[in-house]
Write a protein that binds this ligand. Structure first.
Ligand code: HEM
Length: 382
């Protein structure tokens, strides 16, 4: 869902440019090749991925199963209000969200989260998510925008993104906006110098890459993160003989956003084929999917996956045999006591101990370079 639907919707053709399109290709990496580890970059969580906060709209809508809007309210009035979900259902909220166009990633942060974040219904004001995000970058000690800009431009994976962006004038329009932040007016400026500009602020101000919804620095940090996650994830889901046999991988592959939306509630009859992309009249253009057939497809695969290919008892419900809970070293083997079902290691001499981990020579210190050996006849170490 993330790699086949969300990222193409966010980055468009820029996906082909980043690291030779590697985000769209399946990784062939074996576990040992992955040296990066499943890490999440600080600059990703504290800044780049939070750029989406600037898209949060002022209103929420709810729509019935024919997509007729029947309620519209200020987003800021719905914090701490689970009634919205109880009364109007997740399906109604999802359909309402379909009908709204997202705001673009930009520095014009929505008022609902800029001044009213988590505001109580009777409260006068809430918190400011823009300020929180800037503060979060600072308290994690991440460098400023320009440090990232300069470094990432030379990153082989991201370099082509910047080159294309600079060529099409992205740099000059961005610089004009950023320069204003430290230009003094009446002796005062928002920032003292360009080096102080926070990464989050720079990302929000960057002119977007062609066909994408974000500029090169935000995109580069996000794409590098998704690349690492893909390598890790592919190793996990793509590995057969683990909990996911091939059929279960097929099940995962079937899960697109449209299917997930169909499963939100029973009233969902049809959904947009590519819900990540806003389409004003998606029903008129016929880009719809019937939920009944999506649910049916899923049911068939579920049945195949869990009846034919899996052990009768799922792994999480399987009774663990006592011998699986103990390791017998030095070729010892485990036997289960028939009376009390406790595991016991049967050791090969001269090893002994609860897990056959001991050897008579362990405690024998031989001076002057001598070495210890075990005499089987006398059962002694010499
Ligand atoms: C109604 C919509 C949303 C609200 C009200 C919201 C609010 C918040 C809040 C209050 C935080 C914690 C801020 C802090 O104390 O540092 C946060 C963190 C975050 N949000 Fe959102 N958010 C929303 C949607 C999104 C979306 C759509 C994305 C990305 C696609 C996103 C990405 C993140 C990330 C990456 C973090 C940091 C998580 C971490 O550090 O582990 N948020 N959000």
């Amino acid at each position: 869902m993330v790699y086949e639907e969300m990222l193409p919707a966010h980055y468009g053709k820029q996906l082909d440019i980043f690291d030779n399109g590697s985000l769209q290709k399946l990784s062939n990496l074996a576990r040992d090749d992955i040296t990066s580890g499943p890490r999440i970059y600080n600059e990703f969580t504290t800044a780049a991925f939070r750029a989406a906060h600037s898209r949060i709209p002022k209103f929420i809508k709810t729509a019935d199963d024919r997509y007729n809007v029947f309620n519209e309210g200020h987003f800021e009035d719905s914090f701490f209000d689970p009634h919205v979900i109880h009364q109007q259902g997740t399906g109604d909220l999802c359909r309402g969200a379909y009908l709204m166009e997202n705001l673009k990633i930009s520095s014009s942060f929505g008022d609902s989260v800029r001044n009213h974040l988590l505001k109580h219904k009777k409260g006068q004001h809430g918190m400011d998510l823009l300020a929180i995000n800037i503060a979060r970058g600072r308290d994690h000690g991440i460098p400023g925008y320009y440090k990232y800009y300069e470094k990432l431009q030379t990153d082989p994976k991201c370099k082509p993104l910047y080159q294309k962006w600079i060529k099409s004038g992205g740099l000059s329009t961005t610089t004009k906006k950023i320069d204003k932040l430290y230009e003094k007016e009446n002796g005062q400026a928002l920032y003292e110098s360009r080096d102080d500009i926070d990464l989050y602020v720079g990302i929000l101000l960057e002119t977007h890459l062609d066909g994408a919804d974000i500029g090169p620095t935000g995109a580069c940090i996000q794409m590098r993160q998704f690349k690492i996650l893909k390598d890790q994830e592919y190793w996990f889901y793509g590995k057969t003989g683990f909990w996911n046999a091939a059929i279960k991988k097929e099940l995962i592959d079937q899960f697109d956003l449209a299917t997930v939306l169909c499963l939100t509630d029973k009233t969902m009859k049809e959904v947009q084929k590519e819900p990540f992309i806003y389409e004003n009249d998606w029903k008129a253009t016929g880009s719809t999917e019937k939920c009944a057939s999506k649910r049916q497809n899923l049911k068939i695969i579920f049945e195949k996956a869990y009846r034919k290919e899996s052990p009768a008892t799922p792994f999480w419900a399987r009774k663990i045999s006592p011998c699986e809970s103990i390791t017998c070293f030095n070729n010892g083997n485990c036997i289960e006591n028939e009376i009390n079902q406790q595991p016991k290691c049967n050791c090969i001499e001269p090893h002994f101990g609860e897990q056959c981990e001991e050897h008579p020579c362990d405690e024998y210190i031989c001076d002057n370079g001598g070495s210890c050996s075990f005499n089987n006849d006398t059962q002694t170490a010499e």
